[in-house]
Design a protein around this ligand. Structure first.
Ligand code: NAD
Ligand code: TYD
Length: 348
């Protein structure tokens, strides 16, 4: 039986990956390791928590002794590493927290895997899930490819770039079998409402202002989170060792156009007059060091592994908005902070 460690499985993307692996691979024992920071929410995965192949471990990847003990107890066959501090705005306020989790935490996992596996890498794999933000900012033209030089601008992207470099260094120096992916902005269910799309959906529901940074002419390439989870599954099982794959939806939107689209759809869904939600748009002070444009060339993963997004942006956004409207309880628990009680209720 394969033992797979997934870190950050109570977060947004991690919860979709854990769900997919638990449901699709009953032959694997899945260990979800998560520190349950503000971004970790066990309600994200309550539908699979009683499955016989699911195990939750509360712990911090920054704690070296704990990570070594976990690896020596379980001798994992594979690691999918998603745990991270993930919000650019928070990285501007507290960069060191990002160095601790994203750099030191990744180092601890790499060292533990190297120590545990060193005599036998056969059948082992360390998968680091990363971001396109490591490549920096594009101008009006061009796409990030796997060979675009790293040029991170925010403390978040600098910390992810650093951890990517260490993963590659462990591959080159010690022969650690790794795969790495750099993905564009995700959207979908269970997304913490501090990021653009869930924050604005929640604010529209509650008639609160929609703070658009700067002039709103910043571009992001949006991918439905379940398509990211499908890509992660594929790369984990079929990606080549020591390779990087870019993942993206070929789906660029200027922030302001995306926000206006969200407003229109939300007006229809909520039975409000057309134009009601747009009145909530407020242009606010720009984010310092704001990257102008991200856009991914995902042709390598398409050609080599046959992956492409399964839904259009219109379909994905519709599913996402419907999910938030149908899961008000989840949203309420997240915004009130009561989601933090779930661990105590279920596990202690
Ligand atoms: P998230 O913030 O929603 O979740 C992060 C999870 O990691 C949380 O459950 C949190 O509790 C856990 N965690 C944080 N610090 C930890 C620590 N020290 N020890 C153990 N667990 C800890 O993040 P996300 O948006 O799901 O992103 C997951 C991964 O995907 C990250 O590595 C991120 O860099 C990457 N990524 C995200 C996006 C995106 O659009 N969200 C795009 C590309 C790549
Ligand atoms: P975000 O969801 O924070 O993701 P990232 O910074 O990793 O791309 O932001 C997406 C875009 O939306 C980014 O250009 C910043 C912008 N933005 C706003 O204009 N207002 C907001 O309140 C937030 C959270 C983001």
């Amino acid at each position: 039986m394969k033992k797979i460690l997934i870190t950050g499985g109570a977060g947004f993307i991690g919860s979709h990956v854990v769900r997919r692996f638990v449901n699709k691979y009953p032959e694997y024992q899945i260990y979800n390791l998560d520190a349950l920071t503000y971004a970790g929410n066990l309600e994200n995965i309550k539908d699979i928590e009683n499955q016989p192949n699911y195990n939750f471990v509360k712990g911090d990847i920054v704690d070296e002794t704990f990570i070594y003990e976990l690896f020596s107890t379980h001798n994992f066959d594979g690691v999918l590493h998603l745990a991270a501090e993930s919000h650019v705005d928070r990285s501007i306020e507290d960069p060191l927290a990002f160095v601790k989790t994203n750099v030191i935490g990744t180092m601890n996992l790499l060292n533990a895997a190297k120590k545990q596996w060193k005599d036998n890498f056969e059948g082992k794999r360390f998968y680091h899930i990363s971001t396109d933000e490591v490549y920096g900012s594009l101008g009006a033209e061009g796409l990030f490819t796997e060979t675009t030089p790293y040029d991170p601008n925010s403390p978040y992207s600098a910390s992810k770039a650093s951890s990517d470099h260490f993963v590659r260094a462990y591959g080159e120096t010690y022969g650690l079998p790794y795969v790495l992916t750099n993905c564009s902005n995700n959207y979908g269910s269970y997304h913490f409402p501090e990021k653009l799309i869930p924050l604005f959906i929640n604010n529209i529901i509650n008639n609160k202002s929609l703070p658009v940074y700067g002039d709103g002419n910043y571009t992001r390439d949006w991918l439905f989170v379940e398509d990211h989870a499908i890509a992660i599954d594929l790369v984990f099982h079929e990606g080549k060792n020591h390779e990087t794959y870019n993942i993206g939806g070929f789906n660029e939107w200027k922030n302001i156009d995306l926000v206006k689209l969200l407003c229109q759809i939300m007006d229809q869904k909520l039975g409000r007059d057309s134009g009601t939600s747009e009145k909530l748009i407020t242009y606010v002070k720009d984010r310092p060091g704001h990257d102008l444009r991200y856009a991914i060339d995902a042709s390598k993963i398409n050609k080599e592994l046959g992956w492409k997004p399964s839904v259009t942006f219109e379909e994905g956004l519709e599913k996402t908005i419907n999910w938030y409207l149908n899961n008000e309880e989840w949203l309420k628990n997240v915004t009130s902070g009561s989601y933090k009680d779930y661990y105590k209720k279920q596990y202690s």
